[in-house]
Ligand binder design. Structure first.
Ligand code: KG4
Ligand code: ZN
Length: 348
């Protein structure tokens, strides 16, 4: 009871720390209002065509203190004012997660404030509840559906509350982000290729080429067949014309993007029909994709959906989403022990 009274009177300051993959990020929130959100991207992976786990964890070690320092400075608060530390416990790369987890544990111990563990996938969804000072925002109402699409995951989730979420569909092989990145690699584009496919697609015709899609029953997805289909298609075309790829890059990108977005939308529409839920959000890195953003916003008109599309800065990995997930756990009094360890795999 006392705790509730003090919460309503005093603002809660949460420091969020994200280090699950190749972005080191720290953010400070006052309640659910973001005061700072600092992200250090790692450039070391570009030459390798994907994230190299060992290099990622080393870069997190170099970045973590400057990033947290900057987040506190940008928020204009001192560490002694923090109410709690929230960190990504998993899923993600273990060596990367260990950096954020170890830092969060020692910082909370040193400051004698609660430690809060956050599930990365739940946090992508809860990014919809991050509020920016001076900006109007309509928050999703429970229950809503969320299509979480990132480099590692593709899921349709019924979001019942800040903590209770149920996966009703997911990929059986590659994630949507992987489908973008692997297709981009075949086209000779740099990692991560998703944003580049999106960029070139804007100039191309989405109906120029068709690629085979794997149809999986129910609400699950499969993207590995698309990659094979693109590979065989290009192998044949390049035999006839060695310049085929260069000459048709925008059309290829638009057609690939359309294939991925259509697959996502078919299952999302089926999920809405099956559950009767018409309040629908998208989250995760691939929710930055302009084709997907347009396809879901069109559903407002055509099917009466109430849609929630995240701001670009909250689509890819960021610590504001970790801090907001931490904030709701703080209100519940759900804290982690100092013995907590990260996990690389797992659901929501
Ligand atoms: O959520 P995220 O930052 O990290 C993971 O948790 O995986 O997502 C990264 C993924 C990458 O696969 C990247 O290519 C993809 O999001 N991505 C995009 C776009 N921006 C990022 N894919 C398509 N279009 C975009 N505009
Ligand atoms: Zn992510």
């Amino acid at each position: 009871m006392n705790r509730l009274i003090s919460f309503t009177l005093m603002p809660v300051y949460i420091l969020g720390i994200e280090s699950s993959c190749d972005d080191t990020s720290a953010s400070v929130l006052m309640d659910n209002v973001v005061l700072s959100n600092v992200i250090a991207n790692q450039q070391v992976h570009k030459d390798f065509g994907g994230v190299v786990p060992e290099l990622a964890s080393r870069a997190h070690q170099q970045n973590i203190i400057p990033v947290i320092d900057k987040a506190l400075k940008n928020a204009n608060i001192s560490k002694s004012e923090l109410s709690a530390i929230a960190f990504t416990r998993g899923p993600g790369l273990l060596g990367s997660l260990l950096v954020g987890t170890s830092f969060a544990k020692s910082f909370s111990l040193g400051l004698n404030i609660p430690l809060i563990e956050v599930n990365h996938l739940k946090a992508h969804i809860l990014a919809h509840f991050v509020v920016q000072s001076g900006k109007e925002k309509v928050l999703p109402q429970f229950p809503f559906l969320c299509l979480t699409v990132s480099g590692g995951h593709t899921q349709i989730v019924i979001v019942k509350s800040y903590s209770e979420m149920q996966i009703i569909g997911q990929t059986i092989d590659d994630a949507a982000g992987e489908a973008f990145d692997k297709s981009a690699k075949i086209l000779g584009l740099e990692y991560p290729g998703g944003p580049l496919i999106d960029k070139f697609a804007k100039e191309g015709n989405p109906d120029a080429f068709t690629f085979a899609k794997t149809n999986v029953p129910g609400l699950d997805f499969s993207f590995s067949g698309l990659k094979t289909s693109i590979l065989y298609f290009l192998r044949d075309k390049l035999k006839e014309d060695p310049m085929f790829m260069q000459d048709n890059l925008p059309d290829l990108c638009a057609s690939i993007q359309s294939a991925i977005v259509n697959t996502l939308m078919i299952k999302l529409k089926a999920a809405s029909k099956q559950t009767g839920i018409t309040e629908v959000a998208i989250a995760g890195g691939v929710s930055a994709n302009s084709g997907l953003r347009k396809a879901i916003s069109d559903m407002q008109e055509s099917a009466g959906w109430k849609v929630h599309i995240p701001e670009f800065q909250f689509t890819t990995d960021n610590a504001a989403m970790i801090a907001v997930a931490g904030y709701y756990k703080f209100l519940d009094g759900t804290f982690a022990e100092q013995t907590v360890t990260p996990y690389s795999r797992g659901g929501i």
